[in-house]
Design a protein around this ligand. Structure first.
Ligand code: GBE
Length: 893
């Protein structure tokens, strides 16, 4: 059962080497607990508190929300026994409470006598046992897992002081009490164990072999004293008997009752102490303990590795005893929901448990309990008159339970990690997978020009940008980079970059001048055939976007664009035409580029064409139809072509204002769900919008006096049709924002108001040539982790990422910095967090028409002079850098 490594260090032998924890000690262990592992939470509540109206209901609500299997509490004997007689109402209360907990599918773990139990009455072994037997029977023996005693050594210690005659006598009586209760519970087919507080020991001087003897002896006087008689022979360890002359004897019946009288032991780790032999003072145990103050943190001893050592030593002595680790938890200075030290405490201790199981092979560890649910300054919840608020430690625990262990990376809400994050800062050196798809991108309206040539019809962007003043400087895309004529130069600079992919979009109106299949324009088809073939000639695979915002003007005029479902049929026909004509050679298809921009800027706030202003209603209708159109295109794709079809969504990372404030974490998740989940959830999860979106819009619509939610609904049939319409997810990622929760109560109702969030500054992030774009490389790693978690690690292609400036300098060190740091964060996501990223696309191959800001913002790897009729493409420094980055990716391994 134990690895060789482990036996060397913590076997029953007396030589203690530092080896077993060794190298692994510094590292965090990611991984899962056994599938039947049990998670619990305990409370240290008085009867007075628990019996307040609504209190246990609030308890059960919280433990349900946490997802625990077990809920542990202890009996309060100050309420159970008064004037020597058992109080029936208190017994009834505990029975009801047990039923409530069981009713939630959670098992109650009840401690009969905790360390404070005997403060309340003058106890005797016999009365204590008979009282307890009665209460146990009445509480329903089998509905509960019983802990007979918690920390018997502690009870003795508080009363008499360690090592005194009274101390040993009390422990002796406690052991007999335990045996008495155990027998009763077993006679009634129940389950019972006991809880011990146990210290871990380390030698002051490892080199002195006699001090490793001291460690063994210290363990014997700590855990051995209590569990020896129970898990061993039925008697104290011999060494203890030899050294403590006054220790009492067990009768043969006692021994028989004690022997193996525990179905499990719950261990509460009580810190690591430094041991020195102390023969001079001639005390019983012959050793001396000191605290290791080097491990103090926040005035608390913090040495989680000691827990692992303790578990290893315990399991090697008692290899068949089932173990529960009951974390003692940590008290914080305030009861604030923000409790980073508690998170760190629990995370590091739980991780030692995982190491004990996975690395040391301790198969007897069955579960882990966190203390405490609601006690002020100790609980993982805040409790205000039964109003329960999760602290960040509860968010952490909830995540660990949900994952049944430690997933890599930013796996919790708002990117809150359950484990330690590897290489959060600095550059990480490794290479990308060999088949990683490097690419660069453009879109039709931004580069082609030739806006009315060879039979092309007008799109809403042609119309929009002809109107003076609509676009900055009244710029338009009539000529743009002139790629309609200069595509061979594009192919050349792509080939020079050395990327094996190139992403561009097709202008719908070049193939279908009015957007319908009434008239197919062969000249348009010929243009794209030439481009595709020229790329393939150079070994470059096309990634084609069908819709990069340039809706045929005719469809806008006739149907009102995406507000009318008929347009989805026309889109389907257009998609089918593209698949039929190009699909023999093109294997990578993106239906829509950034539908969020289309719906929000086009139909919500009217910043982009068609300039429709309906921020609370049509914004949702447009999105609804685009999702349907995407699904239709996916279904019409001829599978025999062996291509991939997906959608490209844009999202920023929503950084929680305060990582340790659960409401900010929720706000972050909500924001991302509203931005990206709006489209991704229907397609990648279940055919429907994210729950939080449905709930928020419905609730607000009602408050705004509407009969129906402003968010449209999909029919069951539509849900099934939409769900799963992807082969990959395309991600356009540029920047991040800091956000916090903000309950909105606007009268009219709007998409922005529906989110219940607000911005909270931009910290000191470096800016760019675009007002909305700040340099936040970490956000890419976090959003990739988010996609991994929410969408079942779907293959992700970064289909755009890049940065702008306003001077077009060829010495674009800022752009190299941007690409290096973002690409490195993506590398961390792939190599350290296990994110399924398949490709990366730089936006853009060259400076181009940047929509509302015309030619004033430049994103290119290549410079284009827009007042020069030749529109020569000149590589910037970043183009050379990108070539090399891609090369390194290939060469390193
Ligand atoms: C991508 O969108 C586009 O796919 C690509 O075509 C574009 O060139 C590239 O980004 C660079 O912008 O009135 O202030 O709300 C906001 C990324 C402008 C998302 C900024 C346009 C974010 C879309 C206009 N947005 N951008 S407003």
């Amino acid at each position: 059962m134990f690895s060789v490594q482990c036996l060397l260090g913590f076997g029953v032998g007396l030589v203690i080497l530092p080896g077993p924890i060794g190298a692994a000690q510094e590292d965090f262990l990611y991984g899962l607990f056994p599938s039947d592992f049990e998670w619990g939470v305990s409370v240290t509540d008085t009867y007075e508190r628990q019996s307040r109206p609504g209190y246990t209901e609030a308890d059960t609500e919280s433990i349900k929300e946490l997802g625990v299997n077990y809920f542990a509490f202890s009996l309060d004997w100050s309420a159970l026994v008064k004037n020597g007689s058992i109080q029936e109402d208190a017994v009834r209360f505990y029975r009801n409470m047990t039923n409530k907990i069981n009713g939630r599918g959670i098992r109650a773990v009840v401690t009969v006598f905790d360390s404070s139990a005997f403060e309340h009455f003058d106890w005797s072994m016999n009365t204590s046992c008979s009282n307890a037997k009665e209460v146990i029977t009445k509480t329903a023996t089998q509905a509960v897992t019983w802990i007979t005693l918690s920390d018997p050594r502690g009870i003795a210690l508080t009363r008499y002081g360690e090592g005194t005659t009274g101390y040993y006598k009390t422990i002796h009586d406690m052991l007999l009490l335990h045996a008495c209760l155990y027998k009763h519970i077993k006679d009634n087919n129940g389950t019972a164990g006991l809880e011990i507080k146990a210290r871990n020991f380390k030698a002051k001087n490892m080199a002195k072999s006699e001090e490793s003897l001291a460690i063994e002896r210290a363990r014997m006087f700590d855990t051995g004293l209590v569990v020896g008689p129970i898990l061993g022979s039925g008697d104290y360890p011999q060494e203890v008997r030899r050294r403590v002359a006054t220790i009492q004897n067990f009768t043969d019946t006692d021994k028989l009752n004690l022997n193996q009288s525990a179905d499990f032991v719950a261990i509460r780790y009580n810190g690591t102490y430094v041991v020195e032999l102390d023969t001079a003072r001639g005390n019983d145990s012959g050793f001396m303990l000191t605290r290791d103050i080097s491990t103090m943190r926040n005035m608390t001893m913090f040495e989680p590795e000691g827990l692992r050592q303790l578990l290893v030593s315990f399991a090697s002595k008692y290899p068949s005893t089932q173990l529960y680790v009951s974390d003692g938890g940590v008290t914080t200075e305030t009861d604030d929901v923000r409790d980073p030290f508690r998170v760190e405490w629990l995370r590091e201790h739980a991780n030692q448990v995982l190491k004990g199981i996975k690395i040391d092979g301790i198969t007897t560890i069955k579960g882990y309990f966190v203390r405490d649910l609601t006690s002020p300054r100790l609980g993982i919840y805040q409790n205000n008159n039964n109003l329960r608020l999760k602290k960040s430690s509860a968010v952490w625990y909830n995540q660990v339970i949900a994952d049944n262990g430690f997933e890599r990376g930013y796996c919790g809400p708002g990117g809150f990690p359950s484990g330690r994050i590897l290489h959060e800062d600095g550059i990480y050196y490794d290479d990308f997978p060999k088949d990683f798809a490097w690419s660069s991108a453009t879109s039709a309206y931004q580069v082609e020009g030739g806006w009315n040539e060879d039979g092309k019809g007008p799109s809403i962007w042609d119309t929009h940008s002809q109107i003076p003043g609509r676009v900055f400087n009244s710029d338009n895309g009539n000529v743009a980079c002139d790629s309609y004529h200069k595509y061979m130069e594009d192919v050349k600079i792509i080939a020079d970059l050395g990327t094996k992919y190139y992403r561009f979009s097709i202008a719908w109106t070049r193939l279908m001048p009015d957007g319908t299949d009434r008239n197919i324009n062969e000249a348009g088809i010929a243009y794209y055939n030439q481009l595709i073939n020229a790329l393939l000639d150079k070994g470059i695979q096309p990634m084609i976007t069908l819709y990069h915002w340039d809706l045929p003007q005719y469809l806008q005029n006739t149907y009102g664009g995406w507000l009318n479902e008929t347009v989805t049929e026309h889109f389907k026909n257009y998609a089918k035409l593209c698949f039929d004509r190009f699909g023999d050679r093109v294997k990578f298809w993106i239906t829509f580029n950034e539908p969020w921009i289309v719906a929000y800027l086009g139909y919500g706030v009217a910043a982009f064409p068609p300039g429709h202003y309906s921020p609370g209603i049509d914004v949702y209708v447009a999105a609804h139809n685009i999702i349907k159109a995407h699904a239709k295109a996916y279904h019409v794709f001829p599978r025999k072509q062996n291509g991939k079809v997906g959608i490209t969504l844009n999202v920023g990372w929503s950084e929680p204002y305060d990582m340790y404030n659960p409401s900010d974490l929720e706000a972050s998740d909500r924001d991302i769900n509203f931005n990206l989940g709006w489209f991704a959830h229907p397609i990648y999860v279940n055919g429907d919008y994210p729950e939080v979106m449905k709930a928020n819009v419905a609730e607000k619509s009602q408050l705004q006096g509407r009969q129906k939610s402003r968010l449209p609904e999909f029919t069951q049939q539509e849900k099934e049709y939409i769900n799963g319409t992807f082969d990959f997810l395309g991600l356009n990622f540029y920047t991040s924002s800091v956000i916090t929760s903000d309950k909105k109560t606007d009268r009219e109702g709007s998409y922005d108001g529906d989110k219940d969030i607000k911005g909270a500054g931009t910290q000191d992030w470096i800016g760019s040539g675009s007002s909305w774009l700040r340099v936040t490389p970490f956000g890419l790693r976090k959003i990739l982790n988010w996609l991994k978690k929410e969408y079942n690690n779907v293959p992700v292609y970064v289909t755009e990422n890049g940065v702008s400036d306003r001077n077009g300098t060829l010495r674009d060190y800022h752009r190299i910095h941007y690409y290096r740091t973002y690409i490195n964060e993506m590398l961390k996501a792939v190599r350290l967090d296990g994110c399924n990223v398949k490709g990366y696309t730089a936006w853009s191959l060259m400076d181009n028409f940047e929509w509302g800001t015309g030619y004033s913002e430049r994103f290119g790897l290549h410079f284009v002079n827009f007042s020069d009729p030749t529109r020569t493409r000149v590589p910037k420094g970043s183009a050379y850098w990108y070539t090399q980055a891609r090369e390194y990716g290939r060469r390193r391994k």
